[in-house]
Design a protein around this ligand. Structure first.
Ligand code: PEP
Ligand code: MG
Length: 602
């Protein structure tokens, strides 16, 4: 039986997809213009072979299918909550679509049909979903009714969601993306982004995600234009539609007119020309007009960024996020494997200092390799980063040993994430000494003295206790992404509160200043490796606060260097003083922007 048309849709039918040009605004998280056909992630066909199950597996397979339905329903509920932030009409429109998807997963023909195919035809859930969805779609198409024709797409979307959840293998899913395509998805995780190839993928747009989340950071690292937090995307784009992404302005244009297409094509060429111009600064020294040298370092998320870091003129690596070692796999890498990967990066950096951060998973960064890890009731405040390392010493010890061995390949220092007390730092130093003793006993060469050990300052309490921490640290790296998040209680990955995320809040600036001064008092180096380090808007202010080392995505170095070279440090210091006398965030922003205006555009 075809589904009844919902009463609420009777008088005002939902807009059919594909009705001319549509423009959506979201968060521009990674600059650049991309133009290409849409690849709607999750809608594209899954290659599912027909597989059977043995009669004694029927119960467990039914259970697995129902768990897949549960996960899918939870995802839909999450999306529905996100639509609350939209203007009323769009929220209503999307609400209907999501309700329809929810209905299809709640004792519907689809669910009953799949269960029957598993129980009676002895099909695996994936094959049963594919067969049932095809059968429903065929039946709807045969009825020659435009309302039902629209529902065919929905059946396929729901089936796609179920298949994605049943197969649990989102990664590698971008292998079939056509050249230059724009990936459109509900959500793209950092692990998904890690397997994207910027040579093939044009860029991506999602419904969920904030500017400082790791997906955004990864997009910037790969130089992939990206717009996140566009809730209307669902239902608005069909596979193959022409799409323009403006990763700077945060705009997604679907099915553009020829005039719009021509305008953005020109914009794309201008952007690329500006990038080429900036790249020429790579070899110039990072030195202010009044001759104060700066150290501009690279943040690396993936080993494949090493060449880019070198080409961009980075003085070294200020943050190597070692999470990549644990992503998109079901097991934990051993000491040898970690050593090999680190050694390769050190060789690539050719004698330049590399700052290796120990594993920082938990919070939004869950690695499947640590599958038994419970996110806890509040993942951002839970068993994350070094807390996990100290709770599961086998993880930390293995990594420290691999790092110590790699330190023979090139200069490195070790950075510990999410430190909140000196005790944690002391415990890590003991673990490092123990790992060193173990390696020496085995006759493995390690450096003497041991590499410097530093703390990420990204918890407000750590910044306030910076003096005490400095006594047990060899260096500090300010993680302003998390520092801002925890200081202002704003989830950095949540687009709904992205407008409140503000590193220029006086509380955040005071913590940065306090940390920089504590480092200076205790004569240890301090750098910033949060995203503000790579944004020229903040360069003069950070310089004025005493920061001389900035670590950023390699793609940002040229812009920041050009700002450093235009800077007069004594003027910047004066302006920073004026900023620190202000307590109003809007006034601070005006002071910062006013000062930046004096440099012109770069
Ligand atoms: C930070 O928190 O600022 C930081 C650099 O670390 P991550 O973004 O990896 O949490
Ligand atoms: Mg952090």
């Amino acid at each position: 039986m075809p589904p009844a048309r919902p009463a609420s849709r009777g008088s005002k039918p939902r807009k059919t997809r594909g009705e001319g040009m549509a423009v959506f605004d979201g968060l521009g998280v990674s600059p650049g213009i991309a133009i290409g056909p849409a690849y709607v992630h999750g809608v594209e066909a899954f290659a599912i072979a027909e597989c059977g199950v043995a009669p004694d597996q029927v119960e467990s397979e039914l259970k697995r299918f129902r768990a897949g339905v549960e996960v899918s329903l939870k995802q839909l509920a999450k999306l529905k909550r996100k639509t609350a932030a939209l203007p009323a009409e769009a929220a209503e429109e999307l609400g209907h679509l999501l309700d329809a998807h929810t209905q299809m997963l709640s004792q519907s023909r689809l669910v009953r049909g799949v269960e029957k195919r598993i129980a009676e035809n002895l099909l695996m859930p994936e094959s049963a979903v594919r067969a049932e969805a095809d059968a429903i779609a065929e039946a709807f198409e045969a009825m020659d009714d435009s309302y039902l024709a629209q529902r065919v797409q929905e059946v396929r979307e729901v089936a796609g969601r179920l298949l994605r959840n049943l197969t649990q293998t989102p990664w590698g899913a971008f292998k079939n993306v056509p050249n230059g395509a724009i990936v459109v998805a509900e959500e793209i995780t950092p692990a998904d982004t890690a397997v994207m190839d910027p040579e093939t993928i044009g860029g991506f747009a999602t419904m969920i995600g904030g500017r400082e989340g790791h997906t955004a950071i990864m997009a910037r690292a790969l130089g992939l234009p990206a717009v996140l937090g566009v809730p209307e995307l669902v239902g608005a784009v069909r596979p193959g539609d022409d799409v323009i992404l403006d990763g700077e302005a945060g705009r997604v244009i679907v099915r553009p007119t020829p005039a719009t297409l021509a305008k953005y094509e020109k914009k794309r060429q201008e952007f690329e020309k500006a990038e080429r111009r900036l790249a020429r600064t790579a070899k110039l020294p990072a030195i202010t007009k009044d001759s104060v040298p700066f150290t501009l370092l690279a943040n690396l998320e993936l080993p494949r960024e090493v060449d880019l870091a070198v080409a961009s003129g980075a003085a070294g690596v200020g943050l190597l996020r070692s999470e990549f070692l644990f992503m998109n796999r079901d097991d934990v890498p051993g000491e040898d494997e970690q050593y090999e990967q680190l050694a390769q990066i050190l060789r690539g950096m050719n004698g330049k200092l590399v700052t290796v951060r120990t594993l920082d998973v938990g919070g939004e960064k869950l690695a499947s390799a640590l599958g038994d890890l419970s996110p806890g009731p509040n993942p951002a405040l839970g068993l994350r980063a070094i807390r996990l390392g100290l709770k599961r010493p086998e993880l930390l010890d293995t990594q420290l040993a691999a790092i110590l061995r790699a330190a023979m390949v090139g200069p490195l220092r070790i950075l510990v994430p999410m430190i909140s007390t000196p005790d944690e730092m002391v415990a890590v130093r003991e673990a490092l000494a123990k790992a060193a003793r173990r390696l020496v006993r085995k006759g493995v060469a390690i450096p003497d003295p041991l590499p410097p050990l530093g703390a990420m300052i990204e918890v407000p309490g750590a910044a306030l206790a910076a003096d005490a921490l400095a006594r047990v640290c060899d260096f500090f790296a300010l993680g302003t992404n998390d520092l801002t998040m925890y200081t202002l209680a704003i989830d950095r990955g949540d687009e709904q509160v992205a407008h409140l995320y503000n590193p220029l809040h006086p509380a955040v600036l005071r913590l940065i200043q306090f940390t920089a001064e504590a480092a200076l008092r205790n004569r240890i180096p301090v750098s910033i490796c949060g995203e503000i380090a790579g944004d020229p808007r903040y360069t003069a202010l950070l310089a004025g606060l005493g920061i001389r080392e900035l670590s950023m995505s390699p793609t940002k170095i040229a812009r920041v260097k050009s700002r450093v070279r235009a800077l007069d440090l004594s003027a910047a210091t004066q302006r920073a003083r004026a900023v620190m006398d202000e307590s109003d965030a809007a006034r601070i922003a005006a002071l910062v922007d006013g000062f930046n205006d004096s440099f012109g555009t770069d």
